[in-house]
Structures are given as C-alpha cells and as structure tokens.
Design a protein around this ligand. Structure first.
Ligand code: EPU
Length: 341
C-alpha cells in the first residue's frame, strides 16, 4: 500500500483537470484492501474510488481520500471447450482494453464490441459499460468486492448487480459501499458476432471476413474517427446518457422530427440519442474558452487545454437548458461530478 499526500489529480482524470486530493492510497492486493477497510489503516473521509478516471469531472480540489486500486492479473479460470464457454477473470486495476485485446487474441468472444473503451476493469460492472449493441452485463458472471464498511469479502452474481443502462447496484443502492477487486467474465469459445449495429457491420465488411479480430479492429476504427483520444484532448467519453422517455413522449417528438433516432427500451419507454438532440440545438463543435463540444460527436465534452472543471460543468448546464427548451427532454449526466459547484 502506498500513501500520497496533497497529490495532483491531473493524470488520474481523462479530462486532464488540474486539481489536488488531500490523500491518495494505491492498493495492490485484496489483503491491502481488507486492511484498509477493517480499521487497520486510518484515513480521512470522504472516500472516492477511482479507476481510469474516465468518467469523472472534478470541479474543485478533493478534500478526502482517493483510493486507487491497482489489483492486477488476468487469467483463465475455467475452460469448457465442449460446451463452448470459458471463464476469465481480471483484477480491478487492469486496463480494460488490455483485457479485451487478450481475450480476442485467445479467440474468446463477448467483449470485442467493447474495444478501446477507456478505463479499468473495476469500473466495468459499476458503469455497465456498453457500445455498438453490447453491454458488459451480458458477459459478467460475478463480481468480487470488499466491503468499505468492514473489509469483508462479498461476491455479487450477475442478478445481484442489478444492471441497467449505464447503471448497477454499485451506483445506486450500494454506492461507495463496495470496492470491486476482481471481475469474472463468461465468454464463448465459438463466438457468434454481434453486428446488429449497421455501421459496425459495414466497417467489418470493409476489413474482410466477419471475425473476432476484425470486429475489434472495426470498433477501434469507428471510435478513433468519432471520439477524441483523451491522451490528446481531455474528455470523458459520453458526457450525458442517452435519454429514456415514455413512449408517448418519444412518439410525439418523432412526429415532429421524423429523422430523429429512437431506440426501443423496456415496455412503455423509448431511448433518444442525446447526441442528436444536442447536435440539433447547434452545439456540435462549439467552444467557450477551452471547454467545448466535440466536432464529431455532440455527446462528448472536451477540455482543449486549460478549461476548469467548473467551466465544463457550466457548459453542460447550458446544453441541458437548451435541450430542455427545444425538446422538453431533461438530459442526465453520465459523468460523475466530484467537488464544489
Ligand atoms: N448523432 C448525431 N449527432 C451527434 C451525435 C450523434 O446526430 O453529434 C446521432 C448519430 O448519427 C446516431 C445517434 O445519434 O444516429 C447515436 O449516435 P452514436 O451511434 O454515435 O452513439 P451514441 O448513442 O451517441 C452511445 C454510447 C457510446 C458508444 C456509442 C456506440 C451512451 C451514453 N453512449 O453513444 O458510449 O460508444 O453509443 O455504441 O450510451 C460512453 O459511454 O462514454 C460512450 C462513448
């Protein structure tokens, strides 16, 4: 375990924001995580657990303790080639795309559509990350955690995670109560590809055969075209969630805007492409100081260099206001805002 005081957060958040945390603790093993939470180590509340820092917006210095899990290791736990599946596990601190790359090289299917999503393994069940017609909930078998109350271990099976669209029990009922240490994924050894997303299918066909590695490459190509690389321009992927509205609201808007993308949701609800709504309000490519709206994807807010978290937050408020005024839709942030506003 390593303890750092008064630490700059710039390299711990993909917006590249220059705030500080009073204290940061790096944890490398489950034993250290247990010791941290069962009272053997004293630390200052509040607690913030961060992975790749790819889904947070700091708006001020963090007056508390940031826990940075560095648990490593990717392994095959069980291989049932005859039944066509394999169980792999990965430590919370593994870079997500390293895991995806490894599974694709091994010929295991299930994660390939989720290639190049920034962040660490530990955040994947929390966020239920998703892209190109696939959500990680479809592959998660179980999630190993340590209770932040007393350091005890608890395993959540898939149903217990209560997954929803970019949501899980770890963001709702049990927020901040469990530290994810290891995630177990059930993958297929004779993959059936998910190419329902039209533009993905087209990209794969341009690359050649419909194979796992071509799907991964196609996703990488599309993402690199549409989404800014956080190494070059600070961003946290989609800043807002797509908007779930009642079918009545969606149908009414669709009549007015026939070209508007609408997706099926659970019974009685539909999902609207928030990027399209923001784009239609004229925000795509707009910039206020160093805070901006990405010019290829209006759902993504960017830091061109010296924006503060507050400036990015204020821009998001302006966007929310204009989408509400034009469409009556209240955008919900996907990114978690941490700090004083
Ligand atoms: N659109 C516009 N203008 C824009 C952006 C989008 O008209 O500026 C339209 C597109 O043309 C398309 C629709 O809106 O018809 C949806 O756009 P896109 O396919 O780019 O995906 P998205 O719904 O905006 C979601 C995820 C992304 C994920 C993509 C691909 C959320 C919040 N975002 O975006 O995830 O990569 O689908 O599956 O669900 C992330 O979560 O950080 C993320 C990048």
């Amino acid at each position: 375990m390593k303890i750092y005081k008064n630490i700059p957060l710039k390299k711990y958040n993909t917006f590249g924001l220059d705030y500080k945390a009073d204290c940061m603790i790096h944890i490398k093993t489950e034993k250290e995580a247990t010791a941290f939470f069962n009272g053997e180590v004293s630390w200052q509340k509040p607690l913030l657990i961060i992975g790749g820092g790819s889904n947070i917006l700091f708006t001020s210095d963090f007056k508390g303790t940031v826990l940075y899990p560095e648990l490593k290791g990717m392994k095959i736990e069980e291989e049932e080639t005859e039944n066509g599946y394999v169980i792999v596990s990965a430590g919370a601190g593994i870079i997500w795309d390293d895991l995806v790359e490894w599974t694709v090289i091994k010929g295991f299917g299930g994660l390939e559509n989720l290639s190049l999503i920034p962040g660490k393994v530990g955040a994947t069940p929390v966020q239920n990350i998703g892209a190109y017609g696939v959500e990680v909930r479809e592959s998660i078998l179980k999630v190993k955690t340590i209770s932040t109350d007393d350091g005890s271990m608890r395993i959540f099976n898939n149903a217990e995670c209560q997954f929803g669209y970019r949501n899980s029990i770890f963001k709702t009922l049990e927020k901040n109560r469990f530290l994810v240490t290891r995630v177990y994924y059930k993958l297929t050894t004779s993959p059936s590809l998910n190419l329902y997303y039209d533009s993905l299918k087209q990209e794969v066909n341009m690359l050649g055969k419909e194979t796992l590695s071509n799907v991964r490459q196609a996703v990488i190509n599309i993402r690199q075209r549409k989404l800014p690389d956080p190494e070059l321009v600070g961003n946290a992927g989609s800043f807002f969630k797509n908007s779930v509205v009642t079918s009545a609201v969606a149908d009414k808007l669709k009549k007015e805007y026939p070209e508007m993308p609408v997706y099926e949701e659970r019974e009685g609800y539909k999902k609207l492409a928030s990027g399209w709504l923001i784009d239609k309000c004229g925000w795509k490519g707009k910039r206020i100081g160093d805070a901006g709206v990405h010019d290829e994807q209006a759902l993504v807010l960017v830091n061109y260099g010296k924006a503060t978290g507050k400036e990015i937050f204020n821009l998001s408020q302006e966007i929310k206001k204009s989408v509400y005024e034009k469409f009556g839709v209240d955008l919900e942030r996907e990114v978690e805002v941490i700090g004083v506003i």
